[in-house]
Design a protein around this ligand. Structure first.
Ligand SMILES: Nc1ncnc2c1ncn2[C@@H]1O[C@H](COP(=O)(O)OP(=O)(O)OP(=O)(O)O)[C@@H](O)[C@H]1O
Length: 234
């Protein structure tokens, strides 16, 4: 079963001489429930693709379906609802609200999604931070802040977690811990996970690697034997 079907997707930014072709008539299917890595050099269109999959940006042309729904035709209101209810985002920067505690940051997301408050605590437990409810972001390490941002993304019970370089700002030990958290959510909750990375080594933990170059998906590689995050050569 496909979570996403991307057909002939093109995205251009700017106009005339300043025009940039970020995605160039590219197609790919993304299976449900998998741990997917999108791998490619800087400027190859990874973030642009992820932003369109997450309903944060709209294509110039082409089609994107999410659970067979054509989200490339969605208006702003429909995209907001999609992001609010179905998609969890994790970025390299944690984007936590500094004046809210860890738990309040996570509850914020639960409330927006219209779920019960307990879901926030469940999400904190999934990332192993039950003991940090009342800490403010400034009192937490980078890795802990990233785990809170993952909990916040999980606190709306999303179908998919879209992660743009989630370990980009972390040292190797902390990065490995974050990859373990993402893997355990994928295996334990069945949440589909899509991670962007430049790293060939991180890509080895994925079930499927989508390789991008010059705005196109150039290869989709199934990996029957993904390695554990502990084995990643950082
Ligand atoms: N909002 C924007 N306005 C103009 N150009 C953009 C915009 N966003 C992306 N681009 C351009 O589109 C191309 C693809 O960018 P994108 O961020 O998708 O690549 P990427 O593979 O994620 O790169 P990186 O790994 O460096 O983040 C780049 O040439 C980039 O400069």
């Amino acid at each position: 079963m496909n979570l996403y079907e991307v057909k002939a997707l093109t995205k251009t930014y700017g106009e005339n001489q300043g025009k940039v072709l970020a995605l160039n008539n590219t197609s790919v299917n993304i299976e449900k429930g998998k741990f997917i890595v999108v791998l490619g050099p800087s400027g190859s269109g990874k973030s642009t693709l992820l932003n369109i999959l997450g309903g944060m940006d709209i294509p110039t042309s082409g089609q994107v379906t999410f659970n067979q729904m054509d989200i490339s035709k969605y208006n702003k209101k429909q995209l907001t609802k999609l992001r609010k209810e179905k998609i969890g985002f994790v970025f390299q920067s944690y984007n936590l609200l500094p004046s809210l505690t860890a738990l309040e940051n996570v509850e914020f997301s639960t409330e927006i999604a219209g779920l019960k408050r307990e879901v926030a605590k469940e999400a904190m437990a999934l990332v192993g931070l039950e003991e940090r409810y009342n800490h403010f972001p400034s009192q937490l390490s980078g890795g802990e802040q990233q785990r809170i941002s993952i909990a916040r993304a999980l606190a709306k019970k999303p179908e998919v977690l879209l992660c743009d370089e989630p370990t980009g700002a972390l040292d190797s030990d902390t990065g490995v811990k974050i990859l373990h958290v993402l893997k355990s959510i994928n295996k334990g909750q069945g949440t589909s996970i899509i991670v962007i990375t430049h790293s060939q080594d991180i890509a080895k933990i994925a079930d499927v690697v989508i390789k991008m170059r010059n705005g196109e998906v150039v290869e989709v590689i199934e990996n029957p034997t993904p390695i554990s995050p502990d084995q990643v050569n950082w």
